[in-house]
Write a protein that binds this ligand. Structure first.
Ligand code: CA
Ligand code: ZN
Length: 299
């Protein structure tokens, strides 16, 4: 199986990056990833002020997918996400929603044992491993891996988990997929600016879809179809996600504008992915059963 080690990484999604590896459509690929600090934090004495910010959010890759051309969609089936036996959290530096109230930087290393994150001596939680950064190269200038957008990347979405299918746009030849920033656990919003940041190993199957009209980025899991959208404000991100799904229902299910709007208002859920990155990300979820009722099948 093709395996890309963590020492082949990028800090931006950029069409000019040289690929680490090439894969064919339908191939399974393993990405070994470093945490969002590039492994710089190994003890609680290391606080964010001392970090090399040029090596933040490393994403392993990029992977060149043969046959992927602009206008195609890259289907990414997440087969497995393994996380390490510890995670890192930091705060301070004015980052995050509560940054203005935190006057000192702090680092916390959280042990991960028996499938649980040990938060403190009172609290431990089952892990819910997810991928923070996963995206393709944009057509224009490169975009730092800290910034999400129409090309995916740092969406920090709690639905990008084992078993989910993620659909990303192909903007440049080869797609140039990169993956990083795993979280053992994160709450919707990521309000403190990080999840339980961890190294790990991601196994995915990639396929190139031609003539695919799904909006991207888009997720399908066993319960929901989910449109993702990133924008400067959370309001715009929420509205953008709803509008993406609205357009999808009209174009692919042939719903009228009234039906699509009313349906989303009745059964659709707008949720926040994160409100702390340079662009904010939201998602619109609808149950798969709606699509089944219209005979719609995902590629
Ligand atoms: Ca992130
Ligand atoms: Zn992260």
């Amino acid at each position: 199986m093709l395996r890309i080690e963590a020492n082949c990484y990028v800090n931006s999604m950029d069409k000019n990056h040289k690929p680490c590896a090439h894969a064919k459509s339908g191939e399974t690929v393993v990405f070994v990833t470093k945490d969002c600090f590039g492994g710089q934090i190994q003890s609680e004495d290391q606080i964010m002020d001392g970090l090399d910010w040029s090596n933040i959010n490393p994403a392993t890759g990029p992977l060149y997918v043969e046959g992927a051309l602009p206008g195609d969609v890259l289907k990414v089936e997440i087969l497995d996400i393994e996380v390490a036996d510890k995670g890192v959290m930091i705060d301070g530096g004015g980052e995050g929603v509560m940054g203005r109230f935190i006057h000192e930087a702090k680092t916390k290393i959280l042990p991960i044992r028996d499938g649980k994150v040990i938060f403190n001596d009172k609290l431990q939680f089952p892990i819910h491993p997810m991928i923070g950064v996963i995206g393709t190269a944009p057509a224009g200038d490169g975009i730092p891996t800290g910034t999400p957008g129409a090309h995916g990347s740092n969406m920090d979405c709690t639905k990008i988990v084992k078993g989910a299918k993620l659909y990303l746009p192909v903007n440049v030849e080869g797609a140039l997929l990169a993956v990083g920033d795993l979280h053992a656990l994160m709450g919707d919003g990521e309000v403190g600016v990080c999840g339980v940041e961890t190294d790990g190993v991601v196994t995915i199957k990639i396929s190139v879809l031609k003539n695919c009209n799904l909006p991207t980025p888009f997720i399908v899991d066993d319960k929901n179809a989910i449109a993702l959208y990133s924008a400067e404000t959370a309001d715009e991100a929420c509205e953008g996600a709803a509008i993406q799904m609205f357009k999808f229902l009209m174009s692919e299910l042939d719903m009228t504008d009234h039906d699509a709007e009313m349906l989303l208002s009745v059964i659709g859920n707008v949720c926040i992915c994160q409100i702390v990155d340079p662009e904010k990300t939201a998602r619109m979820e609808i149950p798969i059963s709606v699509l089944d009722a219209y005979g719609y099948k995902f590629a």
